[in-house]
Every structure is written in structure tokens, then in C-alpha cells.
Ligand binder design. Structure first.
Ligand code: ACO
Length: 319
């Protein structure tokens, strides 16, 4: 059995923050941000909006498209590093709101690689015959953890949620996963405060990043995850219909596809509208690509992600 995506959904907050808005906060410009990242604007959630508030809307849309009942859902996995609370998990909050009374529910923490890690876990549960219907969500509100005086990070991130419903299927679905971590590089992208090392948040619950180190890793991670997942699937680069990479920086994507020899038409990009939405970036892009008719039944779709940890991963899907 394979894990087939039978419904997708996404949701972003209403508020748009443009590069021009950010240039009023820090010493930056629209031109610099566009040139160095490709980002033009991002969505920022209100103070009252938590990650589960975005996740529930994305999940309900995916469930409606999949035409499954909440009772059929056996597992809920929410990939996030910005949960409403350390516990209960966002997945348990969704279970309650959805009335998915028969489900197990847990959060998965792999930052921007989260959705690809989650898909590896969910598809393995389905392939093993343990479960038939799984709700997988990627959702983050990292703008709540930005230092709005740090121009190296506050320009990059946005908030969003994306969701898929996976169902056991004989023919279509995930045909290979790749996942890996390089924990020894973890200090290059850190949220120092708020955890058990600093429960009183003395070091600040803000993202600290060595942009150049993460950039070098991201280029390597994107290329190797695509190569590895293709190898696992027994396919080549020319078989790809659509590559959906983590939407962090257009320079990372352009550099890698040029090196690999993949044409731009085969790569989905929406980061100019949303910035880096962490675990939501890949399912949000997947939902938009599907809605735009960019993927047809039988196509080979490759998803890839990389992020804090440092983590990276990819999935190959026969749509
Ligand atoms: N506006 C203007 N100037 C800036 C800005 C800004 N917003 N940010 C940095 N600069 C300056 C720097 O201070 C530096 O100035 P200096 O030369 O006088 O010291 C200069 O621009 C160059 O800085 P770099 O850091 O080398 O800039 P770079 O081209 O590397 O771009 C960026 C920075 C955009 C952060 C890039 O490194 C990047 O995208 N890194 C990867 C981030 C990423 O992909 N993260 C994904 C994982 S996120 C997660 O998992 C949560």
C-alpha cells in the first residue's frame, strides 16, 4: 500500500507585511530583500492568532476536499516548531476541534523540514498497514518569534498552515522518502529561550541565525535530498513533473536547479508572496500548485525541505 494524498488545504493570515513596511523598522530596502531572497511580502498573524487557528482552517479544507469524515482519521500529525503551548500539542487541539474522536495525535518538530519528515512518518505507517487515513499538517507562526530589530532574520519569515489527507492506495502515492539531520550544525539556527534550558526566557525566545552557514547547508541539503529521493524511487531528474522545494530563498533554489540542470518550469515557487513559512511552506505550495492545475494524476512530484536542527528531507510522490 502507498500513502496517497487525496485532499490538500492551506490558510494564511490576512495581514500583509511588505518589504517597504520592514524598511520602516530596520535598515533594509525592498531592493535588497528582493535581490537577496526573492521575497516581496509575507503574512503576519495577529496577537490573538495561534498556530492551531491557522492549522484548523487548512485541515478542514483538506478534509472537505478528501471527502473523509473526522471519525475516519486514525492519526493526526502536526509538524510545527511554534505550538500554541508546549502541551497540549497542536495535533490534540485539532483533534478536539475536528471531533476526530478515533485518532492518535502528536506534534513533530523538525522546523522547515517538518512536513517532509511528517510525510515520511505518515507514509511509513500506511505502508506498514498500521493505518489507512492520516491527517498531516505543517503550520508555523514564526513571526511571533522574530527580533524585529534584526534585519538578518525579520525579513525572511511569514505565517501559514498547509494540510493533506493521506489514504492507503494500491497505485498512487509516496514511493520514496529520504530524511537526515546534521545535529552538529544545530547552533547555526537557534531559538535560545523558552525551553527547559531557559524556561524563564532570559535569552529571549527569538530566532538567531548564521545566515551564511545556513545558506551553504541549504544548497547542499536541497541538492542531495532530491538526488537521494530520486535514487530511492528508481527515477531520474528527467522524470520529475514538479519539484516543490522549501520556500526559503530564491537564490538557494536557483543555484541548485541550475547546478542540477533542472528547468525553472519544473520548480514551483511562491515565496515572493509568503516568505519562509517554515513547516507550512511545502504543503502551502503543494496546495497552490494543485489548485493551479500544475499536477495531474500519474505525475512525479518531489517535495524537499531543510531547516533548523539542522534537518533535511524529501519525498517522491506518484500523484
Ligand atoms: N538588509 C540590508 N542589508 C542586510 C540585511 C538586510 N535585511 N541583512 C543582512 N544585511 C547585510 C549584512 O549586514 C552584511 O553587511 P556587511 O557586508 O556590511 O557585513 C551584508 O548584508 C551581507 O550579509 P550576508 O549575511 O552575507 O547576506 P546574504 O547574502 O547571505 O543574505 C540571508 C542573508 C538572506 C539571510 C541568506 O544568508 C539566507 O537566506 N540564508 C539562509 C536562510 C535559510 O534558508 N533558512 C532556512 C531555514 S529556516 C528554519 O528552519 C526555521
Amino acid at each position: 500500500m502507498k500513502a496517497r494524498i487525496i485532499g490538500t488545504g492551506s490558510h494564511v493570515p490576512e495581514k500583509i507585511v511588505t518589504n517597504h513596511d520592514l524598511a520602516k523598522l530596520v535598515d533594509t530596502s525592498d531592493e535588497w530583500i528582493r535581490e537577496r531572497t526573492g521575497i516581496i511580502e509575507r503574512r503576519v498573524s495577529s496577537e490573538a492568532t495561534a498556530t492551531s487557528d491557522l492549522a484548523i482552517v487548512a485541515a478542514e479544507k483538506a478534509i472537505a476536499k478528501a471527502k473523509v469524515s473526522p471519525e475516519e482519521i486514525e492519526v493526526i500529525i502536526v509538524c510545527t516548531t511554534s505550538p500554541d503551548t508546549l502541551f497540549p500539542s497542536v495535533a490534540c487541539i485539532l483533534q478536539d476541534k475536528l471531533k476526530a474522536v478515533n485518532a492518535a495525535a502528536f506534534d513533530l518538530s523538525a522546523a522547515c523540514a517538518g512536513f517532509n519528515y511528517g510525510l515520511a512518518v505518515a507514509s511509513s505507517l500506511i505502508e506498514a498497514g498500521r493505518h489507512k487515513t492520516i491527517l498531516l499538517v505543517g503550520a508555523d507562526t514564526l513571526t511571533k518569534y522574530l527580533d524585529w530589530t534584526d534585519r538578518g532574520t525579520c525579513i525572511l519569515f511569514g505565517d501559514a498552515a498547509g494540510a493533506v489527507v493521506l489514504k492507503a492506495d494500491q497505485d498512487h502515492g509516496v514511493i520514496s522518502n529520504f530524511w537526515k539531520a546534521e545535529g552538529w550544525l544545530g547552533q547555526s539556527l537557534v531559538m535560545p529561550g523558552g525551553g527547559s534550558r531557559d524556561p524563564e526566557n532570559k535569552h529571549g525566545r527569538f530566532i538567531r541565525m548564521d545566515g551564511r552557514e545556513v545558506f551553504k547547508f541549504a544548497v547542499r541539503a536541497l541538492e542531495s535530498s532530491v538526488n537521494e529521493v530520486l535514487k530511492g524511487a528508481g527515477r531520474g531528474l528527467s522524470d520529475i513533473t514538479l519539484l516543490i522545494p522549501h520556500q526559503a530563498n530564491i537564490r538557494i533554489i536557483d543555484h541548485v536547479i541550475k547546478k542540477m540542470g533542472l528547468s525553472k518550469e519544473k520548480v514551483y515557487v511562491n515565496l515572493h508572496k509568503y516568505g519562509n513559512t517554515s513547516a507550512a511552506s511545502v504543503p502551502l505550495a503543494l496546495d497552490e500548485a494543485a489548485a493551479e492545475g500544475k499536477i495531474k494524476s500519474g505525475d512525479l512530484v518531489i517535495l524537499s525541505g531543510f531547516g533548523a536542527g539542522l534537518t533535511y528531507g524529501a519525498n517522491a510522490i506518484i500523484w
